[in-house]
Every structure is written in structure tokens, then in C-alpha cells.
Design a protein around this ligand. Structure first.
Ligand code: UTP
Length: 305
């Protein structure tokens, strides 16, 4: 029987500096992947896994993030015909499945500080934490995989993915002992280690199930890498206090949207997953490949479809 992780915290208050200037007035979490804002995929993943209550960590300059999950009477009025109503169907049906609320992170002091803002919402329950700028493709998405793992293990559970050696410096990296296929009991966790000091190549992959014990640790975590309060450092403190934390290798593939190149790649990958859409994009992609392989600048004005 599921122990019922139903609460979800989605940090989405960051400044998104790698995505500037695109993210100056529009939250990066609202930038679209094909037809919908990135954060809608994140909330869909949570709802599909059985979550019922979502808290967005937001900020006064990112009000549009929570507005996306509220009804808009003007649009509802304009889109009355069944054909047009389909345009909003995905967000409307999502809103019937989950309650979405928001709280502000007063100052952008890092991911750990953002999670700390969820203390009242979380109360005494374990909760799912999902970064608002990463989405996944695959048969079993991380929220469902981690909830199932938490039901079995009854501990904190962190989703991880193997990254190439040259990328370990970009992520939080875990070390530990494999206790069953794809599951490690973590004994070390380090934020952005050098290749030489990294305990493994298993990177924390934007999805966690945490217990409320994390809040006491966050309260005692000083600023770390980049001068930010790191969630990884608070989890490290949790470990040092004897709390068991497992890492689960995610079966789905992670796609980030936090930099222009990652966002473009994610859009192409998600477009290619939609057969009808890809039929329209493929000729253009082939045409661009042809032109660039001949060494000339692609003529973007010419529609090759
Ligand atoms: P990132 O580190 O990728 O986001 O945090 P960032 O700080 O916005 O991006 P850059 O580095 O300046 O380009 C991962 C997630 O955590 C949220 C972000 O909004 C993102 O969804 N976050 C980060 C917060 O909510 N608050 C923070 O202080 C930092």
C-alpha cells in the first residue's frame, strides 16, 4: 500500500541567469517545450504519480508562474467552442487533478533556501521535491518511480542519473553502496565536486523525496558553492545525523531547459516524440543539415518543409 506521498514542492523562484535575456521578464519555467510551459510538464508528472497538492516556490517577479495554474475568465469566455476549448484542455484537466498554491522565496539564496520556504506547507509528511526547470521522457517518470521506491524503503529517496566524467563538476554527486539493483544507500553527497574528488558519476537528477527532518538541517546550512544555500549540503548534514538516504537510478531521461542550448535540445527531442509534428519538422532539419554540411550558412528564410 502506498504510504501516500501527495505533497509536492516545486522550486521555481530562481533568477535564471543562464537563460538571460529570455528569462528577464518571462520565468524560464514558463518557457515552452513544444506546446506548453516547462512547469506544466513538471506538475503533470506529479499528478500522474498521484500527487494532489503542489506548492510552487515563486517570487514577486514571477507571478505569471502561478497564474498559469489559475482559471482565466477572459480566455474561458473566448474559447467556448469545443474546437477552441481543446487549446486549453491539458491545463484544465490538470487543474481538476491537483491543487496548486504558491509561496514567495523573499531572496534568491539558493535551492536549499527555496525548499525551506515550504516548511509550513509540508508539515509532518514526506514530500516530493521537483525542480521546475527539468523534465523527463520515458515510460516511468521519476515522480512515480521515487514514490514507489519510497513506499518500499520508507526513507529519503533521491533520483540520480549517470553522467560522463567531464560533467560531474556541474552536479550534486552521490556515493554509496548498492543495496539492490539500481538502489544505493548513500554515504556521501557533494555539490559540484572536482572529477578527482567525486565519489561516483551518479548525479542528483532534479527529483527528491524528503522528510520534514530536512528543514532543521536547512536551518543550519551556511551558504556553500556559489554563495548559495545548497540543498545538497543540507542532505549531507541529514546523513551525518544518521538519517538513511537512498539514491535510485532513474529509468527516464532528463532534459533541462536552464540554458539556451539545453532548452533548444529539449524542444527538438520533444518535437521528435510527436510523430505528426516531427513529419513537419524533419524536412526542415534535413535541409539545414544539408546546407551546413556544405559549409555555407543556412538560409533560415527558406522554408524547406
Ligand atoms: P538553478 O540553479 O538551475 O536555477 O535551480 P537558477 O538559479 O534560476 O538558474 P541560473 O543558475 O541563475 O541560470 C534549479 C531550480 O531551483 C529554483 C530555480 O527556479 C530552478 O527551477 N531556484 C533556484 C529557486 O527557486 N530559488 C533559488 O534561490 C535558486
Amino acid at each position: 500500500m502506498s504510504l501516500g506521498v501527495t505533497k509536492v514542492v516545486i522550486p521555481a523562484a530562481g533568477l535564471g541567469t543562464r537563460m538571460l535575456p529570455a528569462a528577464k521578464a518571462v520565468a524560464k519555467e514558463l518557457l515552452p517545450v513544444v506546446d506548453r510551459p516547462t512547469i506544466q510538464y513538471v506538475v503533470e508528472e506529479a499528478a500522474d504519480a498521484g500527487a494532489t497538492d503542489v506548492l510552487l516556490i515563486s517570487s514577486p517577479s514571477k507571478r505569471a508562474v502561478e497564474r498559469h495554474f489559475q482559471p482565466d475568465p477572459r480566455l474561458d469566455d473566448r474559447l467556448k467552442s469545443p474546437e477552441k476549448a481543446a487549446l486549453l484542455a491539458s491545463i484544465r484537466s490538470l487543474m481538476e487533478r491537483v491543487n496548486v498554491s504558491a509561496v514567495d522565496q523573499p531572496e534568491q539564496r539558493g535551492l536549499g533556501d527555496a525548499v525551506r520556504c515550504a516548511r509550513d506547507f509540508v508539515g509532518l509528511d514526506p514530500f516530493l521535491c521537483m525542480l521546475g526547470d527539468a523534465i523527463f521522457s520515458g515510460d516511468v517518470l521519476p515522480a512515480a518511480q521515487l514514490i514507489a521506491a519510497h513506499d518500499r524503503l520508507r526513507t529519503c529517496v533521491i533520483g540520480v542519473e549517470e553522467v560522463p566524467p567531464e560533467k560531474v563538476e556541474r552536479y550534486g554527486i552521490v556515493g554509496g553502496v548498492e543495496v539492490s539493483p539500481g538502489v544505493l544507500k548513500i554515504d556521501r553527497i557533494v555539490e559540484k565536486p572536482s572529477i578527482a574528488s567525486a565519489p561516483s558519476r551518479l548525479a542528483i537528477a532534479a527529483r527528491y523525496i524528503l522528510t520534514p527532518a530536512i528543514f532543521a538541517c536547512l536551518g543550519q546550512t551556511p551558504p556553500g558553492k556559489g554563495g548559495e544555500i545548497q540543498l545538497t549540503d543540507a542532505i549531507s548534514l541529514l546523513l551525518s545525523r544518521g538519517e538513511v538516504v537512498h539514491a535510485v537510478k532513474l529509468s527516464a531521461t532528463r532534459h533541462d531547459i536552464g540554458s539556451p542550448i539545453d532548452w533548444l535540445k529539449t524542444n527538438l527531442i520533444f518535437a521528435a516524440r510527436d510523430e505528426k509534428l516531427w513529419k513537419q519538422i524533419a524536412p526542415l532539419a534535413r535541409g539545414l543539415l544539408d546546407v551546413t554540411s556544405r559549409g555555407s550558412a543556412p538560409d533560415l528564410a527558406r522554408d524547406t518543409s
